[in-house]
Ligand binder design. Structure first.
Ligand SMILES: [Fe+2]
Length: 169
């Protein structure tokens, strides 16, 4: 379908992020399992629970504009998840992997923050008040998840990753 107006691209973008969130439901448990730092594993598990809420919220957004939830393949998230998968599969010291997992997860968060920010702005323009409120709730949670990851990286994970090769000698 060729988009004709803002409402059309809003719906297309909604399908894109719906697919992105669904991909994350599969990726986050793997990331939690691969993390060595318990706090990092906990952050991924917590964000998995939030992601389940994000999927439900998106379904509510679809309903609020009288649409049934549909996915549109999100190639960007596929690429980001693949990159995270490399951190899981490649052989490297545990703390280095943790630092890489944080990097991969933050790219995911920033993609989501960009998309939810755009959707919220479009919902505002379109007068989709209910959708706007729901999208803002998720946007705030994505931002908080991103901040939590930054704090973890600074608190000790980047430091541990730096000294790891020395410790391994
Ligand atoms: Fe999300």
């Amino acid at each position: 379908m060729k988009p004709k107006n803002l409402a059309d691209i809003f719906l297309e973008e909604l399908k894109d992020i719906y697919h992105a969130e669904k991909q994350l439901l599969k990726a986050l448990p793997k990331m939690a399992k691969a993390a060595t730092c318990q706090q990092l594993a906990g952050a991924f598990t917590e964000h998995l629970a939030e992601t389940q809420t994000h999927v439900k919220r998106l379904e509510a957004v679809f309903a609020s504009i009288n649409e049934t939830p549909k996915v549109k393949k999100c190639e960007a998230m596929e690429g980001l998840v693949e990159e995270g998968g490399e951190a899981i599969e490649e052989d490297m010291p545990d703390h280095v992997r943790d630092a890489l997992l944080i990097g991969a997860a933050q790219k995911v968060e920033h993609y989501e923050i960009g998309t939810y920010g755009t959707l919220r702005a479009w919902a505002d323009q379109l007068g989709y008040e209910k959708a706007k409120a729901l999208l803002m709730e998720t946007l705030d949670e994505e931002k908080a998840a991103d901040t939590a990851l930054t704090e973890l990286a600074f608190s000790h994970i980047n430091h541990d990753a730096e000294i790891e090769p020395v410790a391994a000698k």
